[in-house]
Write a protein that binds this ligand. Structure first.
Ligand code: UD1
Ligand code: CA
Length: 451
């Protein structure tokens, strides 16, 4: 089929300079949700009608499988679909979606496409207790005869609860004829796509309807209030899916997934954690409260303690991270690694059983197994112009408050005494200490305050 996504509207009630369809839901533009849904249906043509906000929409979504059609000025939904017609193959039906309706289930669209086939006009409709503002589905003897917009409807039509969601499947050759015959003789002086329904009836084309499983699938975003409501619905759906898979959530209302979270068995997640991008959590791992985890793999049995920020990192099996740890891109930790409070690790591999438990910075480093990195130890990886590597071999001991000035290597089993500024390689098994000799003055007296 062909798919047309209408996304030219201006979204005045968003009170924003950003085009409405680019506002994020779960970290992804509204329109990108609709495009992903459309792609799941494998359309032969996928056309986005844009307008308001200029090139921002094509710039944000650009991809070889998308065609962008400019609608300028915006003269209604029918006029919007007209801009897409050159890209539509007459031999296949055309599915119309809205760029500001992000949560429609693929199964719902499949149901609509199935019932419409290639020769019927299919409309996704829903019954709303309060249908105010929507186009109403007018039926005669149960058969759809037309759609009337709120502003053009009479009192009898306004009490109809069955509304047009805007999502339709339309035989394409007919669509092109009908669009060419639209007029804007209505309350809003717009070319209404909905007017094609009465034209189909006149042409003897059967008009059928399908319904979504849940009404929220068809909700659109016109304001920040509606955006926040849909965000909550979406997050609730994700949380429930995780619970169904056996993940323990301390509170399903206090987790946010902005991407894909994949969990093994017996994973538990405490409140107020945010997952962004692609995150995997292995069997038996736990994430404590207030963690932000992005594009990361947390391996089986690992414990992420409260208030950690993990981005672009791999946490090895049975490792313990935090509280208050920061793992930055390229941090790759082996099994049973302990990273404690106020420790930052960036672009470094730390092998099994090594520890940096307090107040340290490990950057651009390769750290072996069973290494201890003391409190306050720092890899000085940056000389103001370039980054350099630090190598710390197996069983090394880095004392408290050391500076390892890269490039530098600490050999296997070497000990770096507390307070050392290491500017040369430490041979395996050696002790290196750079330390000013203490000066002691027994006769010294503290200055007293002048009277
Ligand atoms: C439309 C339907 C109405 C339906 C409602 C569902 C028509 C005439 N009315 O009404 O029956 O109940 O949606 O929400 O179709 N758009 C463009 N270009 C335009 C106008 C709109 O691209 O010139 C896009 C908008 O960005 C939006 C969609 O089309 O994604 C719907 O536009 P909107 O103004 O919200 O339609 P309504 O008047 O609410
Ligand atoms: Ca709307």
């Amino acid at each position: 089929m062909n798919i047309v996504i209408l996304a030219a509207g201006m979204g005045k009630r968003m009170q924003s300079n950003l085009p409405k369809v680019l506002h994020p839901l779960a970290g992804k533009p509204l329109l990108a949700h609709v495009v992903d849904t459309a792609r799941a249906l494998s359309p032969s043509a996928l056309c986005i009608v844009y307008g308001h906000g200029g090139d921002q929409v094509p710039a944000a979504l650009a991809s070889p499988d998308l065609v962008f059609a400019l609608q300028e000025p915006q003269l209604g939904t029918g006029h919007a679909v007209m801009q897409a017609t050159p890209h539509l193959d007459d031999a296949a039906p055309t599915l119309v979606l809205y760029g500001d309706v992000p949560l429609t289930a693929i199964a719902t669209l499949r149901r609509l496409l199935t019932i419409a086939g290639s020769d019927k006009l299919g409309i996704l409709t829903v019954n709303l207790p309060d249908p105010t503002g929507y186009g109403r589905i007018v039926r005669q003897n149960g058969v759809i005869s037309r759609i009337v917009e709120q502003r053009d409807a009479n009192a009898a039509e306004r009490v109809i609860n069955e509304i047009n969601t805007g999502i339709m499947s339309i035989p394409t050759a007919k669509l092109k004829q009908w669009l060419a015959a639209l007029s804007n003789d209505n309350a809003q002086k717009e070319y209404y796509l909905t007017d094609i329904v009465a034209m189909a009836v006149t042409d003897g084309i059967e008009v059928v309807a399908a319904q979504p499983d849940a009404a929220w699938e068809t909700l659109g975003v016109n304001s920040k209030v509606q955006l926040a409501e849909l965000e909550r619905i979406h997050q609730q759906n994700i949380a429930h899916a995780l619970l169904e898979q056996g993940v323990t959530l301390a509170d399903p209302a206090r987790i946010d997934v902005r991407g894909t979270l994949t969990c093994g068995r017996d994973v538990s997640i405490d409140v107020n954690c945010i997952f962004e991008g692609e995150v995997t959590i292995g069997d038996g791992a736990s994430v404590s409260a207030h963690c932000v985890i992005r594009d990361a793999a947390i391996k089986a049995g690992a414990q992420i303690r409260p208030f950690c920020h993990i981005d672009g990192a791999v946490v090895g099996e049975a490792s313990i991270i935090g509280p208050y740890a920061r793992l930055r891109p390229g941090a790759t930790l082996g099994e049973d690694v302990h990273i404690g409070n106020f420790v930052e690790v960036k672009n470094s591999r730390i092998a099994a059983h090594s520890k940096a438990n307090h107040l340290a910075y490990v950057g651009d480093s390769t750290v072996g197994s069973r290494v201890n990195i003391g409190a306050g130890a720092i890899t000085c990886n940056y000389d103001g112009a370039n980054k350099h590597e630090t190598i710390i071999e197996d069983d090394a001991f880095i004392g408290t408050n050391c500076e390892l000035v890269a490039p530098v290597t600490v050999g296997k089993g070497a000990t770096i005494g507390a307070g050392t500024t290491l500017t040369r390689d430490a041979p395996a098994g050696s002790l290196v200490v750079t330390r000013a000799k203490p000066t002691t003055r027994e006769d010294w007296q503290r200055p007293a305050k002048k009277k």
